[in-house]
Ligand binder design. Structure first.
Ligand code: ADP
Length: 741
């Protein structure tokens, strides 16, 4: 035998049932405003018989009604069908009393519902108090249940919240005395099938005044052509009605709680005897639900802002502490209690450079190692969180009851990882009957159809192995924390790099400093030594010679003093400050040449002297510059039969360009850049005394003076250095002042 077909609740087309409930009438018009259907009970409510027939025009129908306010049909029917959630409502007076007439367009048709006034006017006078009750109540949902109880008078009003998996739980309740409270009860997902949930998002209020009332057929139209999704008086599914009967409920009502466009929950109302809630009460209830939702969202926003503030402050602190000299161990260690508070964690464990640090209640380190291994095999990402973590090893499970785990893993990037642990919270769930779906076989069709539950006996189950869920905000914070840690550490690395560069620079300066001293003082010292030797070795020197020698010695000492001072300044500050002043190389070029001749022991030297124009600069720096260039020129041409060196300068308006040349060993073209590097000496210079420092000093001086230096050279023929000095003072006199310094 073939397996009989199974029909699920969610396969039942409840919106195409072709029936309405007996507390109202339905009249349907097509898009041309011609009547195409009406519920069988229209005459019962005192509707004039002649009023209803196929093809009756909507405007005739309306004008036959004794309306208290005329309806602007064009406006009512212009409303966008898709977003149409409410209807236009007016009072009409029929034979048996006052009725509500509601009119709305839907599915290319115009629907008119008529139902009797039932409500008491006092229920609508206290709207302000309903709002106050929600505003002042500690629990918005309890206040909402109270309010709906006041408006509707149902003997049980429950606030029912859907969970992610579709189950639901009663989170607040107002129940009449003598009835058993159902607060905290869980209901299975299949109690409210999918298509019913979908309808709740379209129409926010549904009522069943009497589960035993006979449904009324809609005449004149095939049920399949009549979509009753928006119809407030639509008949209920027989399965649902049986479900209510089984639960001892004779009347029910439900109002949708929609948050951010999604069905968040329901206000589910029940009554032990039949009860009619009229349109005005339903509308007021929907309004109050909306008010509660708005308050809930506002409170959520405030809580979110508070949480964000908390996060901001700790973020700030982490950044600040990490950017200052503290280490990750210290920073995270000291902030652990606050991180635990923000993340509702029972404990924190973090590992940095292979050292673990633990705060609060955490699994044993061995157990953490086991998680590590299991996460590695599961390919967990940088960020991981779970609230029902299954411990990889049964033995460890006995030791650990931490079902909530969140982890930031920056091991590969920063050698850092941090775990947040939440202890397992065992939850006693009470279910309204065992959540088990049952089917009944109908041999006539043949199908299995779902049997409405018969048992609502409290059924308990203990949920183990879960910890409180990580919320969206908490996950966001974890993401932020991960970014902060990375940024801070990257910043630190950059800082270290900058520090290193600084160190290299300081080192350079120090080296330059000592080399400058040992290098550049050699010339004046050599001159001093020579003069002193001469005085010692040649007694009876003339007074005139001694006077000249004394003067030379004084000048050399003065020069050395200046050089010492300037070199110290030069080395001490990165940007050596000086005031530009006119410097006259004329004054010292000859002295330098003379001293160098002595130093390099050169007898014959041809000095080709051109113009020596004044320069804007600083005299000691410029002295050192020429000292090094002329010194090299003499040194590296000293092996020639007749060394020739020369100095000349040209005024180009904005710059003074000096040339210093020689006919020495020359520099190969590919090496011209490198000669300014400290300690870099060329192979052809090895036979000459030297340290590779002089030109690096020249380069620094040139940079400080905002000048430029270039070199032209041919091996074995000679070298020319060109120095471009910027002119600061355009009126710089080209001749030496009469009163030299
Ligand atoms: P040092 O002369 O003490 O070796 P410098 O820094 O003054 O150090 O010069 C660096 C190198 O540049 C020298 O070793 C030499 O190879 C080359 N050099 C500098 N000036 C000249 C020049 N006038 N002629 C040839 N080579 C030179």
């Amino acid at each position: 035998m073939d397996n009989p077909h199974f029909l699920n609740c969610d396969q039942e087309p409840i919106h195409l049932c072709g029936h309405v409930q007996n507390f109202g009438c339905l009249i349907v018009f097509d898009k041309f405003h011609n009547c195409i259907g009406w519920s069988e009970n229209c005459q019962e409510i005192g509707f004039p018989r002649e009023c209803l027939h196929n093809g009756l025009h909507l405007s005739t129908f309306i004008s036959n009604l004794n309306l208290s306010h005329p309806i602007d049909l064009d406006r009512v029917l212009l409303d966008n069908v898709e977003i149409f959630k409410h209807r236009y409502v007016s009072d009409i007076h029929l034979q048996n009393g006052t009725y509500y007439l509601s009119i709305y367009p839907f599915d290319d048709k115009i629907f008119i519902e008529i139902e009797k006034h039932q409500s008491q006017s006092h229920q609508f006078k206290n709207i302000y108090h309903y709002a106050q009750h929600i505003n002042n109540g500690k629990d918005i949902w309890k206040a909402l249940a109270d309010n709906i109880y006041t408006v509707t008078g149902y003997d049980r009003v429950m606030i029912y919240k859907f969970s992610k998996n579709g189950d639901g739980k009663v989170i607040a309740e107002h129940v009449s005395e003598g009835l058993e409270p159902l607060l905290g009860y869980h209901y299975p997902e299949f109690d409210i099938p999918q298509q019913a949930r979908l309808l709740y998002t379209k129409i926010f209020a549904r009522v069943t005044p009497d589960v035993d009332a006979k449904p009324i057929p809609v005449l004149g139209i095939n049920p399949e052509m009549l979509d009753l999704s928006m119809t407030g008086i639509r008949a209920m599914s027989p399965i649902h009605l049986q479900y209510l009967r089984n639960a001892q409920v004779r009347a029910s009502g439900s109002f949708s709680i929609i948050i951010n466009g999604k069905l968040w929950g329901l206000v589910a109302c029940q009554n032990t005897i039949p009860k009619t809630i009229d349109l005005a009460q339903r509308h007021l209830s929907v309004f109050i639900v909306q008010y509660a939702v708005n308050s809930f969202l506002a409170n959520k926003q405030i809580a979110e802002n508070n949480f964000k503030l908390k996060i901001k402050s700790i973020e700030f602190e982490i950044r600040q502490s990490l950017f200052s000299k503290q280490d990750l161990h210290g920073v995270i260690g000291s902030l652990s209690p606050r991180l635990m508070d923000i993340l509702r964690a029972d404990g924190i464990a973090f590992k940095y450079h292979n050292k673990w640090h633990i705060t609060g209640s955490t699994p044993h380190l061995n157990s953490i190692q086991a998680i590590e291994n299991s996460l590695i095999t599961n390919n967990a990402n940088e960020l991981f969180w779970q609230s029902d973590f299954k411990w990889p090893d049964n033995d460890i499970k006995d030791l650990s009851h931490f079902s909530g785990i969140a982890k930031i893993d920056l091991e590969y990037k920063l050698d850092f990882k941090i775990y947040f642990f939440r202890e397992e919270v065992k939850i006693e769930e009470i279910w309204a009957g065992q959540p088990k779906k049952e089917f009944i076989y109908d041999p006539n069709k043949p199908i299995n159809f779902p049997s409405p539950r018969t048992s609502f006996e409290a059924w308990k189950r203990t949920v183990c192995g879960t910890a409180p869920k990580w919320t969206e905000w908490e996950i966001d914070f974890l993401k932020k924390l991960s970014i902060i840690l990375q940024e801070a550490c990257v910043k630190k690395i950059t800082e270290i790099q900058a520090l290193n560069e600084k160190l290299v620079e300081i080192n350079n300066i120090l080296e330059t400093f000592s080399y400058t001293l040992s290098h550049d003082l050699k010339n004046p010292l050599a001159a001093l030594q020579m003069t002193a030797q001469m005085i010692r070795d040649r007694p009876g020197l003339s007074q005139e010679f001694l006077g000249k020698a004394g003067k030379n010695m004084m000048e050399a000492i003065q020069l050395m003093n200046n050089m010492l001072d300037k070199t110290v300044d030069f080395a001490r500050t990165k940007s050596y400050d000086f005031e530009y002043e006119p410097v006259y190389p004329e004054r010292f070029i000859q002295n330098i040449i003379d001293d160098c001749k002595v130093r390099y022991n050169i007898g014959k030297l041809q000095f080709q002297k051109g113009k020596t124009l004044p320069i804007d600069g600083e005299k000691t720096l410029i002295y050192q510059l020429f000292l090094n260039l002329l010194g090299n020129a003499i040194k590296y041409s000293s092996n020639k039969g007749t060394p020739i060196i020369g100095v000349d300068s040209v005024d180009y308006g904005n710059t003074i360009v000096y040339k210093v040349w020689d006919n020495g060993i020359g520099i190969s073209a590919e090496e011209t850049e490198r000669i300014f590097e400290i300690f870099h000496r060329l192979p052809n210079a090895i036979q000459f005394d030297g340290s590779g420092v002089g030109l690096s000093i020249v380069k620094r001086i040139v940079e400080r003076l905002n000048a430029k230096i270039t070199v032209e050279s041919t091996l074995n023929e000679g070298t020319t250095f060109n120095i471009h000095f910027p002119k600061k003072n355009k009126d710089l006199k080209s001749t030496l002042p009469t009163n030299p310094y």
